[in-house]
Design a binder for this molecule. Structure first.
Ligand code: ADP
Ligand code: MG
Length: 535
């Protein structure tokens, strides 16, 4: 067959060779985050082009900052990013599982099983796991919600902070819990996070309502106002800058003055419009002309300028208001309602606190240095993600690899009934699931194989219907009942890890032809594994 011209400039790998290369890339990527899994995972020091540093043990952060060009590695990174977006946790597990699924698939390919049979078997295995979840899940009681939020923090921050942040996250989640068309919805982005350097981490707290580090534009305005209407503007209440190269020709002494007067008249009109609409609280993204402060104060309006767009959005959601482009285009229907709005001095700084019908909460992250505050902020966001998931779908699974081992045992029993080659793929899927307990053991300094065998044996010889609670407690370094140890994870996270990893592995298996333009971009640098590991 003659080569198509476009292929002349390309390097091509097909069939087995393509699959082998792609799987090598996936394994190299998984190798980069393997040591971060679990509470005993190690941290990574990330250094960007500008020499800025960050210490993290979060899989997705490591992967997103790595300059990875290999397309298959990128597919896995995307799976991890999706995991972060949908479930807000489980990112390392998703990458490890997809790489393991691929490695096991490769072994089957070497035995002569076609990738499409493997793909079918993997799908069957994922479906079987999904069905089996219902017999493994636990109800998320209040105590267990707290434990699950705490599990998401293990290894990331010290124990006292884990406990505090888990409680605050559950409380914050409840403050933003809504009922949308019969569905429970807890959106973590509705919780405002305010960072303050100074004081101890343990001074971090949660305040009901929305707190902004702002004060009203003029002290003559009321300090504390009760229930009323709020107007939010994406622009300002100020004189317009003259556009471009406009020159104002002053021909007589009064012209400039009358020009200014006219501007002032227009602004006064806008303030009058706010008064006519019955607005008592006003906030805008740009400035508020000094000349208008007096009028606003006289009308009893509390006004704020230079409010960040993200804060205006939070206010809009909390008050049921719509952001308007400017005051002139404000309509009655754009206004929202608030319960109270006040200014208070905390630690020497003025704060603006708004209570709204829709609830809402503000987390105040504190710490002695910027790094410490950043750590508190990130940990709170993780715990809040878990708390919100559980409020929306109150189902939990035991952690520490217990669930993956139980699923693997279930799959092996199911596989026996499948006569085709898919049987081998289902077994390979079961083996791949065990990567989680194996790596947890490895990172805790235990022998991965012996530990896995111990946990499996304990589950299968256990009397009673709670065998699937037995996992590896990496703190006690032995198999134990994870429900009793309080190591719990939202069902949604584990389910998404399986779905995302299976999907990513299947997309790689479907590729049998790879065309590289110009040159073969290398497999992720420095994190590479020995190419000979795969034969
Ligand atoms: P991911 O990015 O996948 O969420 P993590 O580093 O957060 O990775 O680790 C999560 C894993 O650690 C889960 O499988 C969880 O069950 C496990 N884990 C958390 N705490 C413990 C513990 N005390 N003992 C054993 N396993 C734990
Ligand atoms: Mg995690």
């Amino acid at each position: 067959m003659s080569e198509v011209p476009i292929l002349k400039e390309t390097t091509r790998s097909t069939g087995r060779e393509a699959l082998r290369n792609n799987i090598t890339a996936a394994l190299a990527l998984a190798g980069a985050v393997r040591t971060t899994l679990g509470p005993r995972g190690q941290d990574k020091l990330l250094i960007d082009d500008q020499g800025r540093t960050m210490v993290t043990n979060d899989g997705v952060t490591v992967l997103e900052s790595a300059k990875v060009e290999h397309p298959v590695a990128r597919m896995l990174i995307n799976a991890s990013t999706t995991q972060d977006r949908i479930a807000r946790d489980g990112t390392t597990s998703a990458v490890l599982l997809s790489a393991e699924l691929l490695q096991n698939a490769w072994e089957l390919v070497l035995q002569g099983v076609h990738p499409s049979a493997i793909a079918r078997g993997y799908r069957m295995a994922e479906d079987a796991c999904r069905e089996h979840f219902s017999s493994l899940t636990l109800e998320a009681t209040v105590e267990r919600q707290h434990q699950a939020a705490q599990t998401s923090l293990s290894g990331k921050i010290h124990a006292a902070m884990q406990d505090l942040l888990a409680s605050l996250a559950v409380e914050a989640g409840k403050a933003v819990l809504e009922n949308q068309d019969g569905q429970r919805k807890a959106d973590p982005t509705r919780v405002k996070i305010l960072t303050q350097t100074g004081g101890a981490m343990t001074d971090s707290r949660l305040v009901t309502g929305l707190v902004l580090g702002k004060q009203r534009v003029n002290d003559a305005m009321p300090k504390h106002i009760k229930a009323g209407k709020i107007a939010l503007v994406d622009g300002g209440l100020e004189r317009k800058e003259l556009m471009g190269n406009v020159t104002l020709k002053v021909t007589s002494t009064g012209v400039l003055e009358s020009f200014r007067q006219e501007e002032k008249r227009l602004l006064t009109q806008q303030v009058q419009q706010l008064i006519d609409l019955g607005v008592t609280l006003f906030a805008c993204k740009d400035g508020i002309d000094d000349d208008m402060h007096g009028l606003l104060s006289k009308a009893g309006i509390q006004a704020y300028r230079r409010v960040a767009r993200s804060d205006l959005d939070l206010l809009a959601r909390g008050c049921g208001a719509t952001l308007s482009y400017d005051v002139k285009s404000l309509h009655e229907s754009d206004l929202g309602a608030f319960i109270s709005s006040k200014n208070e001095r905390w630690d020497g700084t003025m704060h603006w606190i708004v209570q709204t019908e829709e609830g809402g909460a503000t987390f105040i992250a504190k710490g002695s240095t910027e790094e410490a505050v950043g750590e508190v902020e990130r940990c709170f966001a993780d715990a809040l993600g878990v708390a919100c998931q559980l409020l929306e779908e109150p189902a939990l699974l035991p952690g520490g690899g217990a669930t993956q081992i139980a699923l693997a045992r279930h799959l092996r029993r199911q596989a026996e009934r499948i006569p085709g080659r898919e049987q081998l793929a289902i077994e390979a899927y079961a083996d791949a699931l065990e990567v989680i307990p194996r790596v947890l053991a490895e990172n805790a300094g235990l022998d991965p194989l012996d530990t896995l065998l111990q946990v499996v044996a304990k589950q299968s010889t256990h009397d009673g219907d709670d065998a699937h609670h037995i996992g590896l407690d990496v703190v006690a370094k032995q198999p134990s009942n994870m429900v009793e140890s309080g190591v719990l994870e939202p069902l949604r996270i584990t389910r998404q890890v399986l779905a995302g990893a299976t999907e990513a592995a299947l997309s790689v298996l479907r590729i049998d032809d790879v065309l590289w333009a110009r040159q073969d971009p290398s497999i992720p640098d420095g994190i590479g594994m020995d190419e000979n590991e795969l034969q």
